[in-house]
Design a protein around this ligand. Structure first.
Ligand code: CMX
Length: 440
């Protein structure tokens, strides 16, 4: 067993005792009240699951094991000569609960490089899809086809003790994460670069190798990838992609099946696909105005038009956050350093200056501030990665780190199958005792 796996197991064993104590002593304590409004409106704010890897504060933003994004950018190990955190380090932090050393991070990079070989049938499966298939669909299909490699599924079939579930889940998680960049890069080159594929470079870290396989070898793009793959990794457990992985995983579906569920959820425009939608929205705005850099007044008019047409302004709003997303801020800081003059970046910043007041004035949008997706496309486009349909795949590669670390925790802590109670409106009406009946 690798030493990081040992460390994870030791942490999990301690946590099992902590949780046992909490349930024994406080298991009947009421955590919160659930309102009928919450039941109808997407279960907002109901504390209903435990996710150990990160916690979201509505005003402060995400903290990974207690560390904010600015703290992670400062404390996590970096590539030689680089200034952005290595996502390998964040994975270690989410898994083990401590800031890793350089050696720990190098160990993970090397492990993932060693496990990155993707079997040919996965490429054959991708090739069976029409080339114009949306990259997120290709990504989901490819991950499913990789399920043949699941050590968990094989061991379960052979009959293993519940106590061993975590170990096979861990192995699958490590292998799946190791292979995702190759799969994603393959889809990118197939769809947009005439299938002119680039072989991996096993000497590079996970993000740099991903950038390399997509065809982007500039150092600052590799830095962007390290930042990007770090900040998109996790956003506590209730968001669609994380929750889907947890839910499907709770049925003991193996990590490949569970992760695919998360990715099909990430592919929705109100979740991860918003990064594609943001760039489309900006391009349509530029086209309509006839300028690369529309003025703030023109942007304001376009936002009002979007709202009047009954559409959402992509990249703005959030189900939990009530402030500017620190992931937006981190990308803004990166852009200030590397490409402050870029017209799309400038437009993103100008939207940021005018959109919140307009969205707030509607009186119904609870969070008028930008989320992570409002900025990411502008940075990618700056480096020539202009194919916005691919953006959510990048988000997905990063999200694997958080949701698969969480799945390891779910299995190590022995969480049961998830099965909340649902009710009918008739039940609600009886509960209220109003006697209201449905018209007609
Ligand atoms: N533009 C227009 N209307 C918006 C809006 C936006 N950016 N954000 C919220 N609203 C609307 C909602 O559609 C809802 O309208 P109705 O009452 O007519 O149904 C109303 O405002 C209240 O919504 P809310 O409580 O403020 O927001 P929700 O928790 O329901 O939804 C989210 C959150 C993210 C889906 C929503 O803000 C949205 O659609 N934003 C645009 C898409 C986006 O950027 N998604 C990415 C989120 C981050 C991520 O997961 O990657």
């Amino acid at each position: 067993m690798g030493y990081i796996k040992d460390r994870f197991k030791a942490q999990a064993d301690t946590q099992i005792q902590v949780i046992k104590g909490i349930i024994d002593e406080h298991g009947n304590k009421e955590l919160d009240k659930v309102t009928i409004g919450q039941v109808y409106m997407g279960m907002r704010g109901i504390p209903g699951l435990v996710t150990e890897t990160s916690l979201l504060d509505a005003n402060e933003g995400i903290r990974f094991r207690g560390f904010s994004i600015p703290e992670l950018r400062e404390k996590l190990p970096k590539a030689e000569g680089g200034s952005e955190p290595l996502p390998e380090g964040l994975f270690y932090l989410m898994l083990v609960g401590e800031i890793p050393t350089h050696e720990d991070v190098e160990h993970i990079s090397a492990t993932w490089a060693r496990r990155s070989h993707v079997p040919n049938h996965v490429f054959d499966t991708i090739e069976a899809l029409p080339p114009h298939t949306h990259p997120m669909t290709q990504f989901c299909v490819a991950i499913l086809s990789l399920q043949t490699e699941s050590k968990f599924a094989k061991a379960y079939k052979e009959g293993i003790s519940k106590k061993e579930h975590w170990s096979y889940t861990y192995e699958d998680a490590m292998t799946l994460i190791a292979r995702l960049p190759r799969i994603a890069a393959y889809i990118y080159r197939r769809r947009y670069k005439n299938g002119d594929h680039i072989q991996p470079d096993g000497m590079l870290d996970w993000s740099a190798n991903f950038a390399h396989m997509m065809g982007y070898d500039k150092d600052s793009f590799k830095e962007l990838m390290r930042l990007y793959l770090t900040i998109h990794a996790d956003h506590e457990g209730g968001n669609v992609s994380a929750h889907a992985v947890h839910l499907v995983g709770s049925a003991l579906s193996d990590p490949y099946l569970a992760f695919t569920a998360g990715m099909t959820g990430l592919a929705g425009p109100l979740h991860g696909l918003a990064n594609q939608e943001v760039i489309r929205w900006i391009e349509e705005l530029q086209k309509e105005i006839g300028s690369e850099c529309p003025t703030k007044e023109q942007i304001a008019e376009y936002i009002k038009k979007t709202l009047a047409e009954g559409k959402v302004v992509p990249g703005y709003g959030h189900a939990v956050l009530r402030q500017t997303d620190p992931r937006f801020v981190a990308q803004m800081e990166f852009a200030k350093k590397h490409c402050p003059e870029d017209p799309v970046v400038q437009t993103v910043w100008n939207v940021y200056e005018v959109a919140p007041a307009i969205l707030d004035a509607t009186g119904k949008i609870k969070n008028p501030w930008p989320n992570v997706d409002a900025h990411s496309g502008a940075l990618l486009k700056h480096y020539g990665l202009v194919e916005e349909e691919f953006y959510t795949v990048l988000f997905g590669v990063s999200r694997a780190l958080g949701v698969l670390a969480s799945l390891c925790w779910d299995r190590a802590l022995g969480f049961p199958i998830e099965r909340p109670k649902s009710v009918t409106t008739e039940w609600v009406q009886q509960f209220i005792g109003s006697g209201v009946t449905v018209a007609g």
